[in-house]
Design a protein around this ligand. Structure first.
Ligand code: 1GP
Length: 230
C-alpha cells in the first residue's frame, strides 16, 4: 500500500510498554499503517522486540529512523526525517550523510522516504534533541513547507507538535501551499474531536501518545479520521 493514500497512522514508541491486547486492538483498528519511532531510549533491541510482535499482522509497518544502528531489514518503508527548522546540520543532513557513507552501496532507495520535519512544540523531546528553532512566524513555517516541496522536493512535510495539539489555522495555511508534498500532522490527538479537526486539514494524521494513555480514545481516532477525510 502506497503511503500517499494513508490518512491515519499510529506511531508506536519502541521504548514504551504496550500489552498484547492493546497492540492487537491497534493493529485491528483499520488504521492505515504503523509507524515505529521515538526520540528517547530507542534501541535495536526494543525495535526488534516490537517488530517481532507486529509480524502476525498484515498492515504496513514503517520504521522512522532516528538512530542509524537501529536499521534492520523487513519494513515496508523507512521514513527518514530531516529537521528543516533545526539549527544543527547534523539533524538536517549530517546523520544522513554518515549513514549513506556506511550503507550507500546496499540501500534500496525505493524503500526510503524522506520527511521534511518542522517541529513546533518547543517542549517536546524531538525539539530539544534536534535544537529546533520553534519560535517561528506563520510566514516562516509556510516557507519551510515551500522549501520542502519546491526546493528539496520531499514527499512528506511533517508538522510535528508532539505532546500538544497544534494551531489548526497554521496547519490550514501550510496545507494551502502544498500541492505535491503530503502534509503529515502529529501532536496531541487524544480523541475523536481532535482527530477530526486535524483530519479536516492534513493529508495524514499521526496518533501517538494517547495509545499509551487511553486506548479507547486512541481507537476512536481511526473512525473519526475515516469519516472526516472521506
Ligand atoms: C509524535 O507526531 C507524533 O511524533 C504524535 O504526537 O504523541 O502527541 O500524539 P502525539
Amino acid at each position: 500500500m502506497d503511503f500517499k493514500t494513508w490518512q491515519h497512522v499510529f506511531k508506536l514508541d519502541p521504548a514504551k510498554q504496550i500489552t498484547d491486547e492493546h497492540l492487537d486492538r491497534i493493529c485491528k483498528s483499520r488504521t492505515d499503517a504503523i509507524l515505529i519511532g521515538g526520540s528517547d531510549h530507542v534501541t535495536l533491541e526494543n525495535i526488534l522486540h516490537l517488530t517481532e510482535r507486529l509480524h502476525q499482522y498484515t498492515l504496513p509497518v514503517v520504521l522512522e529512523v532516528s538512530i542509524i544502528d537501529s536499521v534492520i531489514p523487513g519494513f515496508d518503508y523507512y521514513f527518514i526525517p530531516t529537521v528543516l527548522n533545526s539549527d544543527n546540520p547534523q539533524w538536517i543532513k549530517g546523520l544522513h550523510h554518515e549513514a549513506i557513507r556506511e550503507y550507500g552501496e546496499i540501500l534500496d532507495w525505493d524503500e526510503l522516504v524522506p520527511e521534511g520535519y518542522c517541529i513546533l512544540n518547543a517542549e517536546c523531546k524531538a525539539a530539544k534533541l534536534t535544537q529546533a528553532q520553534t519560535n517561528l512566524t506563520t510566514e516562516d513555517v509556510i516557507a519551510y513547507a515551500r522549501l520542502a516541496e519546491h526546493f528539496f522536493r520531499l514527499p512528506i512535510f511533517y508538522l510535528e507538535y508532539s505532546g500538544m495539539f497544534g494551531d489548526m489555522e497554521l496547519v490550514k495555511k501550510v496545507k494551502n501551499v502544498l500541492t505535491e508534498t503530503r502534509l503529515f500532522y502529529g501532536g496531541g490527538i487524544d480523541s475523536a474531536t481532535t482527530a477530526k479537526k486535524a483530519a479536516a486539514i492534513a493529508d495524514t494524521v499521526v496518533v501517538g501518545n494517547v495509545i499509551y494513555e487511553n486506548i479507547e480514545k486512541a481507537i476512536e481516532t481511526v473512525q473519526a479520521v475515516a469519516e472526516t477525510a472521506d
